[in-house]
Design a protein around this ligand. Structure first.
Ligand code: F0G
Length: 425
């Protein structure tokens, strides 16, 4: 199928395999697929799920005609996959009841190979890097992108350089970048500083940039939406709710759903709600004021979304408008309370993911989301990504957080009678 890159700001077009991440006007780029010859049906996509072909079994590459603008043979040669996707869509009635929306489903993207939704974009980005003959890749990250890139680069035998804000990323994520062998550069600054640096470095050194400013990362992340629809038997939910940081993920899901509709695989669209942390809310501010996004200094316990200058804001707003979307914000206490609910339901996720459920609660209480509507919330990262946040919460040691649902560890002497007494309490 033919495709081109197109600037989200001025509309200028470029050849799809041009190695560029921005337009000459500095706007970000989209991959535009010509879907006029798209032939697959939902039945074809369902059949692929049950075949032994590894590409068909991946929750990204099953949808490959909508992901990379390459031929089947080129994809078979280029794809670097860890069998990503195929994450569980939990029926989450107990969580939903607690926040006022019982018809809640939670798509747990923390069940991807490196524990976050980033693997979907990364398999696409690294595969494109291989197709283009790149040998080194780089990214800036609040942790999950670097964990994912480090793993996929190792699988592809490419050099990986990650830039992370020193002391500000969760330990699970830092461990992964180190373990998978990435050159890990801790910079004195925040994510936004790291993001500015890595763009400059990649341009100067000819390293392939794998942040979500890379349009092929976005193409892979679209598969979250595709899989949600497939999991639901192609019934369109009323809402998809997800957290927003650098704003690549909501951009991707909206773009993918619009393409599914254009390809005739669905005949309506869900609405979309993006939830930001109050201390990292540039999209919320811009959306409610009807202005452009202005960078801020970000601060939140949800370190994954501690981002003040989101790269994809323009594309994000475009997707939100197309899906009749809303943007809301929640504070750190609301995030951690929602996390305690998600965790205690036996599902569990990292703090940023639980902004989804905190935001849902707020939107239901404001009457934006109706309690009888079907909602799919995206949990973006695994509970074990940030064990410090969990232990800190339950032992009541997180600054400024009222741990209303704390399940503190209990001290006991190593004596059966003493412990029996404790259990009877
Ligand atoms: N949830 C988690 C767990 C994340 O790691 C991120 C982003 C988001 C939500 C927000 O997604 O940026 O597409 O709006 N993490 C990036 C990283 C920035 O470097 O891992 P977004």
């Amino acid at each position: 199928m033919s495709a081109h890159l197109q600037c989200a700001r001025c509309g200028r077009r470029y050849p799809v395999l041009d190695r560029r991440y921005r337009c000459d006007c500095t706007g970000t780029l989209d991959v535009h697929h010509d879907l006029s010859k798209f032939k697959l049906t939902t039945a074809d996509l369902d059949a692929r799920r049950n075949t032994p072909d590894p590409l068909n079994r991946s929750g990204v590459w099953r949808f490959r005609e909508l992901i990379l603008p390459l031929s089947e043979a080129e994809m078979q040669a280029a794809v670097v996959s860890r069998g990503e996707g195929n994450t569980h869509l939990y029926e989450a009635r107990s969580v939903g009841t607690e926040v006022g929306a019982p018809n809640l489903w939670l798509k747990h993207e923390g069940e991807n190979p490196t524990g976050s939704f980033k693997d979907r974009g990364m398999t696409a980005g690294i595969s494109m890097a291989r197709h283009l003959g790149m040998t080194r890749v780089a990214c800036a990250s609040t942790g999950n992108t670097s964990a994912s890139m480090a793993s996929y680069a190792a699988r592809a035998a490419m050099g990986a350089v990650v830039f992370i804000p020193e002391g500000k990323i969760a330990y699970g994520k830092l461990s992964q970048a180190l373990a998978y062998g990435a050159q890990t550069i801790q910079i004195q600054g925040d994510f936004d500083d790291a993001m500015a640096l890595v763009q400059e470095l990649c341009a100067q050194e000819g390293i392939y940039l794998l942040n979500s400013v890379n349009p092929f990362r976005i193409e892979g992340q679209k598969a979250i939406g595709f899989e949600i629809l497939q999991d639901l038997g192609w019934r369109v939910p009323d809402w998809i709710v997800l957290p927003g940081g650098n704003l690549g993920n909501n951009t991707a899901i909206a773009k993918g759903l619009l393409e599914l509709q254009e390809a005739g695989l669905i005949d309506s669209l869900p609405r979309m709600a993006v939830v930001q942390a109050q201390g990292a809310n540039p999209l919320y501010t811009a959306w409610t004021q009807g202005s452009e996004v202005k960078p801020i200094k970000a601060d939140t316990i949800a370190s994954a979304i501690k981002i003040g200058a989101p790269v994809s804001w323009r594309k994000s707003m475009r997707g939100l408008r197309a899906l009749d979307g809303v943007v809301t914000e929640v504070d750190d206490n609301q995030i951690m309370d929602a996390k305690a609910i998600v965790d205690a339901a036996g599902i569990g996720a990292e703090p940023a993911s639980c902004a989804t459920v905190a935001g849902l609660r707020r939107l239901v209480s404001e009457g934006v989301i109706q309690s009888n509507e079907t909602v799919v919330g995206v949990l973006t990262g695994h509970l074990l990504k940030d064990p410090d946040a969990v232990v800190g919460y339950h032992s009541g040691s997180l600054d400024g957080i009222h741990a209303l649902r704390a399940n503190a560890p209990i001290q006991a002497t190593a004596n059966v009678d003493a412990i029996r007494a404790l259990l009877r309490e």
